[in-house]
Structures are given as structure tokens and as C-alpha cells.
Design a protein around this ligand. Structure first.
Ligand code: ASP
Length: 346
């Protein structure tokens, strides 16, 4: 790790607690029930050490445009009375196709220089879920996760078995070169030098995700990722683990996480948010903050997005930033935020 990156990481650890405390307080005011939107959608594109001025204006603009496009794709479904499941899939597909984010095209490389993709989707109405881990040939892994949910008796398929299932079900295939981007390759080369995955401090975690409430009152969640640069062969993160990186349950909430997956798995992060709401009566923002506090406590970092049964969006993070956005029937223009001290869209 370079000295600069090391200093940044140390500073981040110190600031994490402050960010968590300030951010949580600033955003924990629940919306009034009569504000409740008919439909609502939130997305994320990963978290990282993002200080103002660290992103070039062009990159800042490009990330926000990417989030806007995903919000518009999901909102189109919800506005027309479509399901939250269709909306989160549509939003995540747009982010998977965007090389800026670590999912689909633009995914990070494993230690061996491959792209191995993880994704999960969950339907809050039925508690059905589908997930894939370590897939290498499906252009949109989130749609493969959905196929596992709808066209197999299983919840999680991995590696060659999942690749084969994808072909059998007629999902769009992509050659390994499709997922390549120069930026991610350079990150791998740098990682190989000193075995540090955390090379691009502005974008440590680039997983993408979406959560939505539809007009019928159902919630859904979807998450898709390339995992972490230099990950070991066979490593699976939190994104495809139902209850860790992805969870949805009608009446409580839908959640998608990003960050150091091992910690989100240990804290059952996504399910924890919903259980805090159901069992402790916390608001969705309190539940998001409480869960992030439990991640912080064991040394993990990243963030999560959540939406409750009334369509209130919440964003929790202990990094200095998270690419995030929201749109709803009450505020039907896409709104985005990147930095932790930038007010999150509602
Ligand atoms: N959570 C993902 C993983 O551990 C990484 C990320 O959020 O970018 O695989």
C-alpha cells in the first residue's frame, strides 16, 4: 500500500465514527406518514474514501449520470404500476452495463485476472430469493439471479453450475473480454505489486444495488458485484448471501449493501436492518445506522441502502462517501449524492 493510501485509510478509520454519529443524527428524522409515496426507489453504486475534491468534475458528473439512468429505468417500471422486483432488476441492469461500477461490465479482477460475478435478488412479497456466485459468462448477473429464483427450486447457484444454468435458460451470454476495463486491470496490476486491494480510495467498493416499493405495497431488493480486487479463487462476498448483502420483506424493508463483505456476512447486515424495524420498532434510518454501527464495531466498512414499507429511503454508511440516489412518486426527479456530508436524497 502506498504511504498516501495508508494515511488516507487511517484518517478514514478515525473519521468513520464521526461520520456515523453526525450522519445518523442528521438523517434520522422520519418522514410523516401522509408524505408516504405511492412508489419509491433507491440505488447505490458502492462506497469509498470520498472526500470533496477527490473526484474530478468529469467523474463526479459521470457517476451521477449513471445513477440517474438507473433511477429512471426503475422509476419507469414503478410509475407504470410494475412490480418492485421488475424495478430493482431494471435499475441494476443499467448499473451492470455501466463500466464505471464494479458489477457486470467494469467488474474488478480476481487474483488470477478473471471476472467472477455475484448477484442476488429478493421478493419481499413472497420471501422468494435467487442468487449466483462466481459466474463468468452472463452479461447481466442480476437477471440470472432472478432466473434462479423463478426457474429453479434453489436459492444460490455457484460457478460452472450457474454458468451452465444461464445458458440453459437462454440468458444473454458474454465472452470474458466483455467484462474487461483498463481501469480495473490497472487496479489488479497494482494489487499484484503489494497485495493491497484498496487501491482506488475514491471507489473502494463499487457494488451496485437497488431497493424499491411498488404501488401494490411490495418491496424488493437487488445487488450485483464483481467482489473485491485480488479476491481469492472461490471467495464469495456478502452480495449473493441472502440476509447479508441483500434482503427484502414486505411490511418491514428492503436492503442492499456494499462494503467489506466478510463483515456484512458476520453481522447478517441486510436482515438485521429489517429485524430492527420489525422487532425493535426502529425507523428505517435508525435501523440502517444501528446496523452500520454493528459493522463498524467489528472493523468492517461500507454502506447500505434501505426502503421501508412506506417507501421511506434510508442510507447508512461509515465510509466518507457512497454513490447513491433516490426517486419516488412524491419526488419524481432523480436525486443523487456522493459524499457522506452531502444530504442524502429522500
Ligand atoms: N460487498 C462486496 C463484496 O464484498 C464488495 C463491494 O461492495 O464492492 O464482494
Amino acid at each position: 500500500m502506498s504511504v498516501t493510501t495508508e494515511i488516507k485509510m487511517t484518517l478514514q478509520t478515525l473519521r468513520r465514527f464521526t461520520v456515523l454519529a453526525l450522519f445518523g443524527v442528521a438523517l434520522s428524522t422520519p418522514a410523516l406518514a401522509d408524505d408516504a409515496p405511492k412508489w419509491s426507489l433507491a440505488v447505490h453504486g458502492g462506497a469509498g474514501v470520498l472526500e470533496r475534491g477527490e473526484l474530478t468534475p468529469e467523474k463526479d458528473k459521470a457517476f451521477r449520470a449513471g445513477l440517474d439512468a438507473a433511477l429512471e429505468a426503475g422509476a419507469k417500471v414503478l410509475k407504470a404500476g410494475g412490480s418492485s422486483l421488475d424495478a430493482v432488476e431494471a435499475a441494476v441492469r443499467v448499473l451492470e452495463d455501466n463500466p464505471l461500477f464494479n458489477a457486470g461490465k467494469g467488474a474488478v479482477f480476481t487474483a488470477e485476472g478473471r471476472n467472477e460475478l455475484d448477484a442476488a435478488i429478493m421478493d419481499g412479497a413472497t420471501l422468494k430469493a435467487g442468487a449466483v456466485a462466481g459466474v463468468t459468462r452472463t452479461r447481466n448477473p442480476i437477471s440470472l439471479a432472478r432466473a434462479v429464483m423463478e426457474k429453479s427450486p434453489h436459492v444460490l447457484l455457484a460457478r460452472e453450475g450457474a454458468d451452465q444454468f444461464s445458458k440453459e435458460k437462454g440468458l444473454e451470454q458474454a465472452p470474458p473480454e466483455y467484462f474487461y476495463t483498463e481501469e480495473r486491470w490497472k487496479q489488479l496490476l497494482a494489487w499484484r505489486k503489494d497485495h493491497q486491494a484498496m487501491l482506488d480510495p475514491t471507489h473502494l467498493f463499487g457494488t451496485v444495488g437497488a431497493v424499491a416499493l411498488d404501488q401494490a405495497g411490495h418491496v424488493a431488493a437487488a445487488t450485483s458485484t464483481g467482489g473485491m480486487t485480488g479476491k481469492r479463487w472461490g471467495r464469495i462476498g456478502d452480495s449473493p448471501i441472502i440476509g447479508a448483502g441483500t434482503y427484502a420483506r414486505d411490511g418491514d424493508c428492503a436492503v442492499s449493501a456494499t462494503g467489506s463483505g466478510e463483515y456484512f456476512i458476520r453481522e447478517s447486515a441486510a436482515r438485521q436492518v429489517c429485524d430492527r424495524i420489525a422487532w425493535k420498532g426502529e425507523t428505517v434510518q435508525q435501523a440502517a445506522d444501528g446496523t452500520m454501527a454493528s459493522i463498524t464495531k467489528i472493523g468492517g466498512d461500507g454502506g447500505l441502502i434501505a426502503i421501508d414499507g412506506q417507501g421511506r429511503a434510508a442510507f447508512g454508511m461509515n465510509d466518507l462517501g457512497m454513490y447513491r440516489g433516490a426517486i419516488s412518486s412524491a419526488a419524481p426527479t432523480p436525486r443523487t449524492a456522493i459524499y457522506a456530508d452531502e444530504p442524502s436524497p429522500r
